[in-house]
Every structure is written in structure tokens, then in C-alpha cells.
Design a binder for this molecule. Sequence first.
Ligand code: G3P
Length: 218
Amino acid sequence: MKFFIDTANLDQIREAYDLGVLDGVTTNPSLMAKEGIKGKDAVLKHYVDICEIAKGGDVSAEVISTDYEGMIREGEELAELHPQIVVKIPMIKDGVKAIRYFSNKGIKTNCTLVFSAGQALLAAKAGATYVSPFIGRLDDISFDGLELIDQIVHIYQEYGYETQVLAASVRHTMHIIKCAELGADVVTTPLQPILDLLKHPLTDSGLAKFLSDAQKFA
Ligand code: G3P
């Protein structure tokens, strides 16, 4: 399972990459705004900066147009920025058409804001590289986000769709572990849940004992 980091914060992307276990980055307009990036040139430069930190990894950059022509124009500009850019497109009618357009041109896409198996089926039919079901936001409204991952993985396997299931809106370690059990291709998560995977009290107490015993023969 691939690990992507879900942030536009360059320090956090650097820290995650330094761990040596990261495969890519996802961003969205809210995450970009959180970093205080203003103006088109600054936004485009920020995507390039992210690509340079995330060497070789896929970097999702989201279009903000909601009409087909606008999404094509924006997506082409984003794709030309850097070979690692994946054009992130919302699951709406014109978005599905835009995904098909980019898929025919060999440009990678990430279909975002997916909340149902039906939407995931459309994304795969349109040739999306990634589909992003938002599991945390489903949990927030008392729907089981992980159940959706299970459903989509099953449907894609059944028909051999190549679209990769990218679990998004991942909030904690159990989301990550359960996604791995269910066969998600990718999880994208903020930095903290990745760091939280490191934690175990028996690791800490075991290491403390090894280090104190090591003093005996130092
Ligand atoms: O990848 C989508 C993600 O950024 C949404 O996360 O926590 O805002 O639901 P969240």
C-alpha cells in the first residue's frame, strides 16, 4: 500500500519524506489556503516546490473550475508544470468528462470528493488513475467510510479496473491499518497519523531496558 501525505505544508512534506516511507502528496484548495499561499503564480510555484521535495512521487493538484472547458484549461496548465503532477478533479458531471479527456491524453487524474460506490464506478469507467473516497467525512455523518473502501476495492477487483483506490480524509492510525487490510492501493493522511503508527509502549519500555542493560557491559 502506498503512503501519500495530505498537506500543502512544505516542512511536513519534508519531514515525512525524510522517514523514507512516502510515495506521494495530495493537496486540495483548503490545504493550500491554510498555508497562506495567494495568487496563481504563488500557487503554481508551490506545486513545483512540493514536487521537488516529493522526488518521483505523484502530487495531486486540484482544479477549481467546475465547468468542462475550465477544468481542461486548468488541468493542462497544472500537468505541464511538472511530470509528477496528477490533476485532481471533483466527482461532478463535467469532472467525469474531464477525467475521460485527460485519461485519453495519458495525463494522470485523481477523482476527488467521492462518497459512494456509484461515483467510484463512474470514476473508473472514465479512466481515473486514482479515486479518492473520503472516509473520515463519511464517518462524521454516521456512515461507515471503511465499508465504502471495501465495496470499491471489491468492485474494482471484480472487473479488473486499473483505477487505484486512494483512501482520503484519513484521520487516525486505525483508518490506515484497516485500509491496508481491505486492500486500498493508497492512503493519504496528515503527518500525525503516520507518526502515530510508530508508537507502542512495549517498544518504549523494551528499548529503555535494553539501554539500561547495555550500561552493564559498556
Ligand atoms: O484528502 C482529502 C482530505 O484533505 C480531506 O480531509 O480531514 O478535511 O476530511 P478532511
